[in-house]
Ligand binder design. Structure first.
Ligand code: DP6
Length: 337
């Protein structure tokens, strides 16, 4: 059979209300409801080339061949397409991020979203955005959200993510302050499984997270920055406090992260539209208005311990790329439904 190629692009997303914990129902369903903003400036491009001469999948991430758990996760996603189509064909997968991998910038979210869309094109399955969101979610729950653009929710134990409102409903910017750390102490999957098992605060986090999620969602729908800011920061602190009370502790935050939390809080107290969040890493993502992003970016650029600043706005849904890679011919995932 002749080789079939699929190419796709997906943007990362940052959760304003966090997912941290797996549902006891399994299948990588989440224990908490989450709400994210898809970001235009953190993108992954992936190509899946089916090749009958291969005896296993080959995965190359930014020029380096993946082995071990990284390759297994890709193979597990491709296995879903092989069992759906009955085709026992393996793939060359090449994937590139336009931002540092494993720096806590949600590369698994954009990575598995792009891989799902590229595999759908290569296997010619035409599954549509909702089924692709489910497939991506099973590989990495946050990836289920990256199938869509704008403000996206993944409800507790839901199979697929869905759009809350498009980014144009409430145009906001997310400015990423990259805080340099030697090494990520533990992956998000490992960190959350460990938290579930050992933190006495975990049940309380799962309990309270639903009302925090609802509050952030109302804030977005009603375009109420202060409400979003308070809910988003609370969600991040609840999640990190829960991790930190695991045994042994999971601490992703570094000194500069905490300094930034203080500074951002002080600035909002003085009337600036700024609010922080952090994921499974030391970077601080600051939500602001498009009018304020340049001032904020300049301030962050000079902040001790910040090595890089990436300014993002609302990004689009994951998309198929034409085989020559041009974006202009992309069919957005919504259009595939
Ligand atoms: C802190 O989606 O990376 O970024 O499903 O185990 O792959 P797996 O976890 P992942 O976890 C993301 C956790 C988070 C919060 C969030 O994005 O909601």
């Amino acid at each position: 059979m002749k080789p079939r190629k699929g190419r796709a692009e997906a943007c990362a997303n940052i959760a304003l209300a966090k997912y941290w914990g797996k549902s006891p129902r399994g299948d990588n369903l989440t224990a908490t409801s989450s709400l994210s903003l898809t970001l235009d400036n953190l993108r992954t491009r992936t190509e899946v080339l089916l090749d009958d001469s291969l005896s296993e999948d080959e995965v190359v991430l930014s020029g380096t061949a993946l082995t071990g758990r990284g390759r297994e996760r890709v193979t597990a996603l491709l296995d879903r397409f092989r069992s759906l189509t009955g085709r026992k064909v393996f793939a060359h997968v090449t994937t590139e991020n336009d931002f540092p991998t494993a720096a806590g910038l949600a590369s698994s979210a954009s990575g598995f979203a792009a891989l799902s869309v590229a595999a759908d094109a290569a296997f010619q399955t035409s599954l549509g955005a909702a089924r692709l969101s489910s497939i991506a979610r099973r590989s990495s729950a946050s990836a289920g959200r990256s199938l869509y653009g704008g403000y996206v929710e993944l409800r507790r134990e839901a199979d697929t993510a869905s759009v809350v409102v498009p980014g144009t409903h409430f145009p906001l910017s997310m400015v990423v302050a990259v805080v340099t750390a030697q090494e990520k102490p533990i992956s998000s999957t490992g960190g959350m499984l460990h938290t579930e098992k050992t933190s006495p605060y975990y049940p309380a986090w799962v309990d309270v997270s639903e009302s925090v999620f609802e509050s952030v969602k109302v804030g977005i729908v009603e375009r109420d920055f202060e409400r979003v800011a308070n809910g988003m920061e609370h969600s991040a602190r609840l999640m990190h406090a829960t991790m930190m009370t695991s045994v042994p502790p999971v601490i992703y935050l570094r000194g500069a992260t905490v300094e930034l939390m203080h500074e951002v809080a002080a600035r909002r107290g003085r009337g600036e539209p700024v609010a922080y969040t952090m994921d499974a890493g030391p970077n601080v993502k600051i939500l602001t208005t498009p009018e304020h992003e340049a001032t904020l970016g300049a301030w962050l650029g000079g902040f001790p311990g910040v090595s890089n600043v990436i300014v993002c706005r609302s990004g689009p849904a994951a998309a198929v790329l034409s085989t020559d890679g041009s974006l202009g011919t992309a069919a957005r995932a919504e259009e595939l439904q």
